[in-house]
Design a protein around this ligand. Structure first.
Ligand code: SF4
Ligand code: SF4
Length: 334
C-alpha cells in the first residue's frame, strides 16, 4: 500500500491547499442543497476537500485528501475500453472481473494538481469521475444564494463541512465573510484539529459550530483517528472563552462506533469534561455509526478496516443519551 493509500496527511498537503485557495478558489467535492440535518432550518452544505484526521469509520473517504482523486464506479462500467486507451500512463488494466486501476500511478501522475485525468474524458457511462473541483467563490455563492428564500422562511443558511473546512483556511474565511455580508446564517462542522490562528478570525463569521469530540483518551484518539486530541481540547476551551462574549452556538458531537467508543464510560468521560471545561456548551449529540460510506473506499482504491462493524443498537444509544442528560446537557438543538 502506498503512503497515500495508508492515509498520511502532511504539512505539504495543507500548504498546497492554502496555495490553491489564495485566488479565492476552493477545492470542494459537493454542494448539497435542501439539507435539514446540518444546522438550523433548511441549508446548503458546501463540502470542502481535505482533512488532517484519518478516522477509521469515516463515511466520506473521498473528502480526506485535499487534492482531486479518481473514483471508479464499477457498476456503471460498460467495458468500452476507452479509458484504457486514453490513460497515457497505463494505469488501467482490463480483467475478467472488470478494469483494474493502479491508483499509485494515478497519484504519481494525475493527483495533486498535476491534472490530466484523461481516462475520464470519454467515459460516457460516467463510471470514472474526478472527485473534487477548484471552484471560484462567486460560483459557490451563486448556487448557495439561489435558495435564499428557503433560508429566510426556515431560519437556515450555509453549512461548511467536509472533509475539514479548516484545511483551506483562507478560502473558508472568505466564504464565511462573504456569506455574512449577504446576511446568511453560517454553520461550520469541524474536527477542530487546526491552528488557533486559523480558528480565531473565522469565529466572527460563524453563528453555529459543530465540533466533533471523538474519543476522550489521547492514545486511543491517535490509534483510531491518526492524531492527538490535545489541540482539539485546547481549541474547544478557547472557543468556549470566545462564546462567553459572542453570539455563537457551540454543539459537541461524538460519532458512536461499536466496539470503539460506544461504552458508557467513554460518553461519561466526555460529558464530564464538557461540563467541567465548556460552560457555553449546552448540547452534546451522538451520531450513531452507519455503513453508508463503505462502498466509497472501494471506488477510490482504499481499503475499509471496519468491514465487520455493525451500527450501535438503538437501546445502546438510548442509554448513552441518558448519561448525557444526567450531566445536565441536551441532545437536541431544535
Ligand atoms: S471508459 Fe468508462 S465505461 Fe468505458 S471501460 Fe472505461 S470506465 Fe468503463
Ligand atoms: S487518473 Fe490519470 S493515471 Fe489514473 S487512470 Fe486516469 S489518466 Fe490514468
Amino acid at each position: 500500500m502506498s503512503a497515500y493509500l495508508a492515509g498520511t496527511f502532511s504539512k505539504k498537503d495543507i500548504d498546497w491547499g492554502k496555495k490553491m485557495t489564495e485566488n479565492k478558489e476552493g477545492i470542494i467535492f459537493d454542494i448539497q442543497r435542501w439539507s435539514i440535518h446540518d444546522g438550523p432550518g433548511i441549508r446548503s452544505n458546501v463540502f470542502f476537500k481535505g482533512c488532517p484526521l484519518r478516522c477509521k469509520w469515516c463515511s466520506n473517504p473521498e473528502s480526506q485528501e485535499v487534492y482531486q482523486e479518481l473514483a471508479f464506479f464499477r457498476g456503471k462500467c460498460i467495458g468500452c475500453g476507452r479509458c484504457i486507451t486514453n490513460c497515457p500512463y497505463q494505469a488501467i488494466t482490463p480483467s475478467e472481473e472488470g478494469n483494474i486501476i493502479d491508483y499509485t500511478i494515478c497519484q504519481r501522475q494525475c493527483y495533486q494538481g498535476k491534472g490530466g485525468y484523461a481516462c475520464t474524458s470519454q467515459c460516457y457511462a460516467k463510471a470514472l469521475k474526478v472527485i473534487g473541483e477548484k471552484v471560484p467563490l462567486p460560483d459557490i455563492m451563486k448556487e448557495v444564494l439561489s435558495d435564499s428564500k428557503l433560508y429566510e422562511q426556515s431560519g437556515g443558511g450555509i453549512t461548511v463541512t467536509g472533509g475539514e473546512p479548516f484545511t483551506q483556511p483562507d478560502f473558508l474565511l472568505e466564504l464565511l465573510r462573504f456569506s455574512k455580508e449577504k446576511g446568511l446564517h453560517t454553520t461550520v462542522e469541524t474536527c477542530a484539529f487546526t491552528s488557533w490562528k486559523y480558528f480565531e478570525p473565522a469565529l466572527d463569521y460563524i453563528d453555529f459550530l459543530f465540533v466533533d469530540f471523538k474519543l476522550y483518551d489521547e492514545e486511543k484518539h491517535i490509534a483510531y483517528t491518526g492524531t492527538s486530541n490535545k489541540i482539539i481540547k485546547e481549541n474547544l476551551c478557547r472557543i468556549n472563552e470566545y462564546a462567553k462574549n459572542h453570539k455563537l452556538t457551540l454543539v459537541i458531537r461524538t460519532p458512536v462506533i461499536t466496539g470503539i467508543n460506544d461504552s458508557e464510560e467513554e460518553i461519561r468521560l466526555i460529558a464530564a469534561w464538557i461540563k467541567e471545561h465548556l460552560s457555553e456548551v449546552h448540547i452534546y449529540q451522538l451520531l450513531p455509526y452507519h455503513r453508508l460510506g463503505r462502498g466509497k473506499y472501494h471506488d477510490i482504491g482504499k481499503s475499509y478496516e471496519l468491514e465487520e462493524t455493525e451500527p450501535p443498537a438503538a437501546d445502546v444509544i438510548g442509554a448513552l443519551e441518558q448519561i448525557i442528560r444526567s450531566h445536565g446537557l441536551d441532545i437536541k438543538y431544535d
